[in-house]
Design a protein around this ligand. Structure first.
Ligand code: ADP
Ligand code: MG
Length: 451
């Protein structure tokens, strides 16, 4: 099964061979054949970091950095993995490359299970799948010339001849748009963009099939970002590379990705071709991401969906759909009807009580009778909810708060105002738009006629 791996780079691999190998890689465009088209396929990938306490280091909890994600990178394509900071993108990259050991899940690379690789196979895999970081400084030893760092993977993987290494390095530095003389310069003499180009040259030294790029342009000036994205596009075409591009920047995904997977708090919430996902986003999280990008067109209608609040703690993720604590479209309980965003505001109050408890000292309420009003004001909840039954529940809960029994108030709200978004985990399913999303809105939309 593993005889496809040889563990050394041919010491005689000449620049010509490498170049012609690269040139002949033109026909590695994505193919339709489902089995053959997938270079990397990730299923149920999970990475939990234990939280330990005491001198016995007992596990008292887990940071669910990546919590069962599925995606594939097809040959010759660029898949974008997008999401806010802290949602597990880098952990996903490190786990699938086995720089970190995954807690669970399978990772298939060219048909083989990466999680089962022996050390020798892992070494071979690392030649075929290269990682590029946000901060190119990490790829370079500040005390040695750039050329030496670029050539280092060749040396590690067995290219003993210094002349050969130098030839490959020269070729690659030129290929990424750098003067070959850059070889003898030190990292601090290079600009950020030049350094990222050199980091790409280094990643390409072993002629990889897959590049995993973690925020490759995020640290660069906007004008330089465009140049590097252009370069990535070129390299991909010339070498038939497959790329997994991790970013929090929608612009980057739009510019160079073919398909995109949207990640939120350790899970994938939407997946599909870039134009479909961003053109017709099906998950409220994706909609919020799309809306949060300022449009260059001043005539464009104002966008009012915004991502508010922070990503919740990955050690204690919300139940059901993890986005429900922030979702502008969180589904109201069936028994009540709410107007406009009344329901979201009542949910905000619920979420705050459940997360932080009740602290009356922060409210500007001079006497007891003002507390309920002050709470409403704080959460922008109207003096009277539009639906009488819902108002009755809220009033009862607020009375309990005023009476000092915040636990009872919290419980009452949780019981009466339970939403499917918190009680059931949505699955990533095909939507009417032709791509997949994990959101209860699609399930309810199927079952109920449109209003
Ligand atoms: P992203 O790359 O999307 O910004 P990360 O993968 O870096 O997100 O982090 C995801 C979550 O995992 C965060 O809550 C982060 O604090 C946590 N995390 C990342 N690395 C570790 C680690 N080595 N130990 C414990 N927690 C970690
Ligand atoms: Mg990261």
């Amino acid at each position: 099964m593993n005889d496809t791996f040889d563990d050394t780079v041919s010491e005689n691999a000449s620049v010509e061979e490498r170049t012609s190998e690269h040139d002949s890689a033109e026909d590695t465009t994505p193919r339709d054949d489902a089995v053959d088209s997938s270079l990397l396929s990730v299923e149920g990938l999970t990475k939990h970091y234990p939280i330990t306490e005491g001198w016995l280091q007992r596990e008292v909890g887990r940071i669910r950095a990546v919590d069962g994600i599925d995606f594939e990178v097809r040959r010759g394509e660029t898949l974008g993995l997008i999401g806010e900071s802290g949602c597990g993108k880098s952990t996903a990259a490190m786990s699938l490359l086995r720089i970190e050991d995954p807690t669970d899940g399978t990772v298939r690379f060219d048909g083989d299970d990466v999680t089962e690789y022996t050390d020798t196979q892992l070494r071979a895999f690392r030649r075929r799948a290269a990682l590029v970081f946000q901060d190119p400084n990490g790829s370079f030893d500040p005390r040695q010339p750039v050329g030496k760092s670029v050539a280092e993977p060749l040396r590690i993987h067995g290219m003993a001849d210094q002349g050969d290494r130098r030839e490959v390095t020269t070729y690659l530095l030129e290929r990424v748009g750098l003067d070959p003389e850059t070889r003898s310069r030190y990292p601090h003499e290079l600009s950020g963009g030049q350094k990222q180009r050199a980091a790409l040259a280094r990643a390409l030294t072993l002629d990889p099939d897959l590049l995993v790029l973690d925020e490759p342009v995020s640290a660069l000036d906007v004008s330089v970002q465009a140049e590097i994205m252009h370069l990535l596009d070129d390299l991909q075409r010339d070498y038939g590379l497959s790329m997994l591009l991790i970013t929090h920047d929608m612009g980057v995904v739009r510019t160079i990705c073919d398909r995109v997977a949207v990640m939120y708090l350790g899970e994938i919430v939407e997946r599909g071709p870039v134009e479909d996902v961003f053109g017709d986003p099906q998950h409220p999280y994706t909609r919020a991401l799309v809306a949060s990008v300022p449009t260059p067109d001043p005539e464009a209608p104002a966008r009012d969906v915004e991502l508010c609040g922070e990503v919740p703690d990955a050690a204690n993720p919300p139940g059901g759909c993890r986005f429900h604590t922030r979702c502008p479209e969180v589904i109201p309980p069936e028994r009540f009807s709410f107007e406009d965003d009344e329901w979201r505001r009542v949910m905000d109050l619920r979420v705050a009580l459940e997360r932080d408890g009740f602290d009356r000292s922060v409210l500007e309420a001079s006497d007891e009778s003002d507390i309920a009003a002050a709470v409403r004001e704080e959460f922008d909840v109207p003096v009277q909810l539009s639906h009488a039954d819902a108002e009755a529940v809220l009033s009862r809960a607020l009375s309990k708060l005023v009476d000092g029994d915040s636990d009872a108030a919290t419980e009452l709200l949780a019981e009466e105002f339970e939403t499917i978004c918190e009680s059931e985990r949505p699955t990533l399913d095909q939507t009417g738009a032709g791509h997949e999303a994990a959101c209860h809105l699609h399930e309810t939309a199927e079952n109920e006629p449109a209003k």
